[in-house]
Write a protein that binds this ligand. Structure first.
Ligand code: ATP
Length: 231
């Protein structure tokens, strides 16, 4: 049975959070991401961007205020159900010792070979995979260290496309990769974000320009909210 989809409407209402009693991290944070929007989270290190994402996944719960998905408090959802609908692509997703195919299939364990390759094409990962010694059957060493960082990210994108989450969290890479890989990553990410509510911890100007909303976070408050035209 196909999992029931979330629309991906995400709202934070007056969310307060602290890790230790003495140091408030998020103060009265409110924003509303509508289904399908791309939200760029921008702000200096330690401003609270990762904490926002952790609360959305319920790695921690807000101390006060509410977080809603599709109008429902996230505490009403079963934890595994919630996390099944949220996909995360980190700067450097961990790849395990196994074939390229197995690493992509990790996004959906019952996917056929055709589905794996289709996802890789949508992710723009197929372009480099087809030139590997054994193509999709090439063995990766633990950590995927026999690939470049950009190639590892393309595999992570393919994995996420196969996973097909309704809400996406993306920690944009800061390190530079070669121009062609960069172009493929950008195209792959665009395909991945299409039609899903996406939160991007953004480092690239282009991402920020294209976002539907930009949240400028500093010391746990939203300093500014808007888009590229209004800010
Ligand atoms: P970066 O851009 O460096 O990833 P960020 O904006 O994501 O930073 P957070 O990781 O959300 O920032 O951190 C916000 C604040 O919370 C920082 O002061 C940080 O030291 C603190 N913090 C983060 N995680 C923990 C934790 N597990 N326990 C205690 N304090 C934490």
């Amino acid at each position: 049975i196909a999992k029931k989809r979330y629309n991906g409407d995400v709202e934070f209402r007056n969310v307060q959070f602290y890790y230790q009693n003495d140091k408030p991290i998020l103060h009265n944070l409110s924003f509303h991401a509508r289904a399908g929007e791309t939200i760029a989270l921008v702000g200096p290190t330690g401003s609270g961007k990762t904490t926002i994402i952790q609360l959305l996944n319920r790695f921690y719960d807000a101390k006060s205020g509410e977080i809603l998905i599709d109008g429902e408090n996230i505490k009403q959802y079963q934890m595994e159900n919630l996390r099944d609908h949220i996909g995360i692509v980190l700067q450097d997703t961990y790849l395990f010792s196994g074939t390229v195919r197995e690493n992509i299939r990790y996004g959906k364990l019952d996917a056929t070979d055709e589905e794996v390759e289709k996802a890789a094409k949508i992710a723009y990962a197929h372009n480099f995979i087809k030139y590997l010694p054994q193509s999709y059957d090439t063995m990766l060493v633990s950590g995927g260290l026999n690939l470049s960082q950009g190639q590892r990210q393309l595999i992570a994108i393919a994995r996420a496309i196969l996973e097909d989450p309704d809400i996406l969290i993306l920690d944009e890479a800061t390190s530079s990769v070669d121009t062609m890989t960069e172009v493929h990553i950008q195209k792959g990410l665009n395909n991945l974000m299409k039609g899903r509510t996406s939160f991007v911890i953004a480092h690239r100007l282009k991402t920020i320009e294209n976002a539907d909303q930009i949240l400028v976070i500093k010391d746990g408050v939203i300093l500014e909210k808007g888009n590229h035209e209004t800010l």
